[in-house]
Every structure is written in C-alpha cells, then in structure tokens.
Design a protein around this ligand. Structure first.
Ligand code: ATP
Length: 621
C-alpha cells in the first residue's frame, strides 16, 4: 500500500506533541503502526516505545503487524499495550510504595460486582441501585479526582451517599490487596505523581509515547499520558466524530483541547476515506454537520457508486423480513453473507431479526455475546486458581467453597466467617478451623480436601492446575448435571473448558495466566472469538461494530426515542454522542447502506428518528 502524502508527513514528523485528526476509514491504524516502524528505523529502541491501543485485541494486531514490518520478534515490543495493561505492568512492580504487597491482585468485573453487591446489602441500601452506584464510582475514579466528582454528584437515589460507599469499597479492595480496573489507572497515577524517582525512571525509559483512539480517552488516562511523556514525544491519533464511550467516562474534550493544552502541538488531518464510497462518506459528513462540538475536517472518498437508501416499514416484523429478503438477494448477487451487517442502537432490537433470519434460513452471528471470562465454567476454574494464589480473595473462595457441592452449607459458612478477626479472610478462617479441628468430621474432611487441592496446585503450570481441579472434584460431571441434560449447552461449555486449557498452557505460572485473563476483560464490546471471519450475517450493536467494516450495512430501528435513545434527549452533549454513534454505523459501510425504521415497534407507535431527516436532507441535495 502506498501511503498518502499527509500520512507520510504525519509519520515522519518528530519532536512536538502531534495529533492526527483522522476521518473514518482514513488509515489511522496504518499510520500509527508505520509511525512505530519509522521511529525504529530512525534509531529508537522498540523496547522503549510505549504504544497505547484501546483494546487488547488491537494491541495484538498491532504487534503482529510490527513483527511483519520490522522483522523483529514479538518480545521486542513489550510496551505495545492498552492503558490498563501498561499501567498494571508498572503498578505491580512498585505497589509496595502504596502499601500493597506483591503479588497485587486484579479484581475483575465479576469480583468487583460481587463486592459492591455485598456492600450495598450491608449498608441496607436498595440492591436495584448497585449498577448505578458502581457506574458512578467508576466515573469518579476515571475523572482523576473522585472527591470533586462526589461534590458534584453526592448521591444516587435520595439516600445513597456515593462517597460513603466508595470509602467502604476502597477499604475492602485494599484489605484484599487488590485493585479493580479503574484503580489500576488511578493508583498508577498516584504512584507516578507522588514518587518522582519512579516517574522519572519511566519518563527516561519511554523514548516515544503513542496513543490510538485518542478521542475515547478519559481525564485519568490523559493525566497518565502526561506523566509518561518527556520532551513532547507524544503522538496521538483519533477521530472525535467517532467518540462514543461517554457512558464509560470517555471525554471528547481531551481530544478537542489538545491544541490548547500543548502550545506547540502539530495537527495533521487525514481526510481521505479508503473504505467507503463517496456517497456514503458525504451522507456521514452531512449528518455529523449537525454537531457543534467537534473539529473540522472535510472527508471524501475517491471511490464512487455507493448506494444509500431509506426505508420505512409498518412494524418491526415487516422490517426484519424485508431486511432478510434483501440479504438473500444480495447474497444471490455474489456478496458473501459475512460481509453484511445489521446494526442497531440497543440489544433488544436483534430479536425480530433473529426470528426472521431463522425463518428464512439465513446464517447469522451475534456479535458481542457474553465475554469468555464471564462464562460460568470459566469463572469457576479461575476462582479456584485465584483462591489458590490469593488467600485474601474472599469473592473467589466463597464461589468455590461449596462448588461442586461438598456439603458446606450457608450456615457452616456463616459460622466460619464469624470466627474471623481483623484482616482475616474466609480462607484464613477455614485454615484456622481445620487446625483446631472444631468442625464435624464430614465438614472437616470436605474442607481439608479443598485446602489441600489449593495448596497442591499453587506452584503448578496453570493448565496442569486446572486439570488437577477437574479431576479431583469431578468437575465435568458436575457441569454436565448443571447443563440440565441440555447436550448442546454442555458441549459448548466443554469447548470453553478446552479453550481455557489451551490458553492456560501458554503460560508458565498461575499468576501470569490470571493477570492476562483479568486484563482481557477490558475488551467489553469486543468479541472474544473472532466472529468477523465466521460465515453468516453479523447482528451487532453499533458500539460493538466500532473499527469494523462491511460491504453492506443495514442500520435498523431508526426511530425517535430508540435512536437517539430517549435518555439522551434532554442534553445536547448526549444528543451529539448519539449522532456520533449514527456516524460510526454509517461509516462501517463500503458500498451499500440501508437505513430503516418501523412505525410500530413492540406495539407502540413511533416517529422517524431526527437522524433520518438529517440523512434524507443530504440525499435530496
Ligand atoms: N494510503 C492508503 N492507500 C490505500 N488504502 C489505505 C491507505 N491507508 C489505509 N488504507 C486502507 O484503508 C482501510 C481503513 O483503514 P483503517 O482500518 O486503518 O482505518 P481507520 O481510520 O482505523 O477506520 P475507522 O476509524 O473508521 O474504523 C484499510 O483497509 C486500510 O488498509
């Protein structure tokens, strides 16, 4: 591929903070990768280049591309990572400076949620607010200043004081010697901010800092970036028109304020779209033109012949059947089904399409299904591994203490928990009752078998450790029963277990394996299996389609209150975010773009989305 002159200029320019303002399909990733290659060719050390990607999958893809382009082996790129993974690499080494012990544990989503649920219950708050409280605490941390956040937003519902829950939650994590995802960033920021020697050692280590998808950074990530960079060696790429993670704490202002923040900043604009036909690019431009909070760029494509069509239907079933039949005719024209995607704003919209596709016998794949590490059998095995290496991890130990069933009921667990003194974990307490032999013989034996197993596997390779647990406790028999004689369900769980064993076999220690597994859970919208290669039409939320491309795209359910979502309607900031989401959907299409709505959905009448009219206007110009 021949790089364009502006791509080349951006790649070759060094020495001042650089922002590459890129349109959709303009080759951001290509530029970022080639920038790293160019730095290496100019004498920079590949081991001292920090290149931040948005997902673990993107980091892996970038590393393999770098191996291909430079001929260097994979281990020469230790700092091509996500924010969380780069920060954790630093934090796990220096955490004693913040009062933690090595090894530091990551509390992954499941453990974080369980801990929060327990705290909300203990504080006698309504459990229906667990999600909202967790989300606010996460946002508070990602703002970089939780106290200021709680001053602005002190409560959820009328009585839940966020700062209070936050304090209890933080204490609990600290006593478990653990950090959650947000703390990985927050504590690394504290570490680098408060320990000059550590900060300088990393500033000296990193010769260049690069950041992909810069439009989706949050204030904390921006603070961290500044702590890593020395001498302005910063190179960021992104598209503010595609910033769609506000709900997770991303802040488009980090991107927009770049030229103000770095006085000598150099800005490049990548405006040529290599993916979509110009008709699609112009439709997208017209739509985003209705946003005010953005950087200007004039996107274009040299490809022509794109088709953009709007279709209105009486209800969702009619819409889905029409989409199905259209897909059949496109496939008859020779378009492979995996190059076709149906995108929607919210998950529930998929149901009518699933039904229609089954009826019409159209193969399809759902994107963004439950993450691999959130599946029951994987959580079970990982909890065994965690309980073995992290004796203070109550969440994991509680999960496995009676799994598979070994006669340890709720009452027994409560009795054991009651003997705990300060700082003692449930596992410590079990060890204590075992040494004092105070339980009945049956319970004593069951608990000692469990503790023996945990001690036995601790030093094993992770795959051997999992095998040991599977065989000691007849776990697969238990899982078969759990699957309630649903053989397909059991087969898929068995496949998951094989996959877990395979990925564990690549690591030498349980700690190494768990660290990777926990960090991978960051990729929330990203599918764990690479479904983009599998045959079948893709059914996906727009969030999960980010970064992907299809020959044909159907954007369905374009109705007011559904898209834009009703929750966003009273705020201009949120409305602009919804419009950016529509922009992302449109720019996934290479050649065909079909936008549709239904007058009735779930029995309720609907108006066309305002985005519909904005697009319609652009088509009639
Ligand atoms: N100079 C070029 N000439 C031809 N094709 C190019 C050039 N640069 C990039 N491309 C191609 O354009 C396509 C889009 O590139 P890429 O996926 O990097 O875009 P992107 O900016 O990350 O897109 P988006 O943000 O919309 O997901 C890719 O297929 C890439 O190979």
């Amino acid at each position: 591929m021949k790089l364009s002159s502006v791509q080349k200029q951006a790649i070759e320019f060094n020495g001042a903070p650089t922002l590459v303002v890129s349109g959709a399909g303009s080759g951001k990733t290509t530029v970022l990768t080639n920038k790293v290659v160019s730095l290496i060719r100019n004498g920079y050390d590949s081991k001292r280049i920090l290149a931040i990607t948005f997902t673990n999958k993107a980091a892996d893809e970038m590393k393999s591309r770098l191996v291909e382009l430079t001929g260097l082996p994979l281990n020469q790129f230790p700092w091509v990572r996500t924010f969380h993974s780069a920060a954790f690499r630093i934090l796990r080494q220096h955490c004693p400076l913040l009062g933690y012990k090595i090894p530091l544990q990551i509390y992954a989503t499941y453990q974080q949620e369980k801990t929060m649920k327990e705290i909300i219950a203990e504080m006698n708050y309504d459990k229906k607010y667990v999600g909202a409280v967790t989300a606010h605490i996460s946002k508070a941390k990602n703002s970089g200043n939780p106290t200021a956040y709680f001053d602005r937003k002190p409560r959820v519902s009328h009585n839940i004081l966020l700062a209070e829950v936050f304090n209890v939650y933080e204490k609990r994590l600290y006593s478990a010697n653990a950090v959650d995802f947000d703390n990985i960033l927050l504590k690394t920021r504290d570490l680098l901010r408060d320990h000059k020697d550590v900060r300088e050692s990393y500033q000296n280590l990193f010769q260049y800092v690069l950041c992909d998808e810069f439009q989706d950074t949050n204030p904390l990530q921006a603070l961290l970036t500044d702590l890593w960079v020395k001498n302005g060696n910063l190179f960021c790429v992104g598209d503010d028109w595609q910033s769609i993670y506000r709900f997770r704490g991303s802040d488009i202002d980090q991107f927009l304020s770049f030229p103000k923040k770095y006085k000598n900043a150099k800005i490049f604009r990548l405006e040529q779209n290599y993916r979509s036909a110009n008709e699609i690019v112009q439709t997208a431009n017209e739509l985003i033109g209705h946003n005010t909070h953005k950087m200007e760029k004039k996107c274009f494509s040299e490809k022509h012949g794109g088709i953009v069509k709007l279709h209105k239907f009486s209800d969702e079933e009619t819409e889905a059947r029409w989409v199905g039949r259209k897909i059949i005719s496109l496939c008859d024209m020779g378009i492979p089904s995996e190059r076709i995607a149906v995108l929607y704003r919210t998950k529930f919209c998929s149901l009518s399409f699933e039904k229609a596709f089954r009826f019409l016998e159209i193969p399809y794949q759902m994107m963004g299904s439950k993450g691999f590490f959130e599946r029951k059998e994987i959580l079970d095995m990982n909890s065994y591994l965690k309980a073995s290496v992290f004796q203070k991890d109550n969440v994991s130990f509680e999960r496995i203490i009676n799994l598979p069933k070994r006669g340890i009921g709720e009452k027994t667990i409560r009795k054991i928990a009651d003997i705990r003194t300060d700082g003692m974990s449930l596992q410590d307490a079990v060890r204590k009752v075992l040494s004092e032999r105070v339980m009945s013989k049956k319970i004593h034996n069951a608990l000692s078998q469990l503790i023996e197993a945990l001690d036995e596997i601790r030093e094993k390779k992770p795959d051997d450790a999992i095998r040991e647990i599977l065989s000691r406790f007849n776990y697969m028999d238990y899982l078969e029963k759990y699957s309630k004689s649903n053989s397909t369900d059991f087969i898929s769980r068995k496949e998951n277990m094989d996959e877990l064993l395979h990925s564990a076999s690549k690591k030498q220690t349980i700690l190494e394996f768990l660290e990777e597994a926990d960090l991978i859970q960051e990729d929330k919208d990203d599918d764990d299996d690479d479904q983009s290669e599998k045959p079948g039409v893709k059914l996906s939320t727009i969030h999960a389609s980010k970064g992907l491309e299809y020959y044909v795209v159907f954007v369905v359910g374009c109705e007011e209150d559904l898209f834009p979502h009703w929750r966003s309607k009273n705020s201009d900031i949120e409305l602009e975010e919804e419009r950016r989401l529509m922009y992302v959907a449109i720019t996934r299409a290479e050649k065909y773009l079909f936008i549709s709505c239904a007058a009735y959905r779930r029995g309720e009448s609907n108006r066309k989305s305002r985005f519909w009219y904005e697009i319609e206007d652009s088509l009639t110009i």
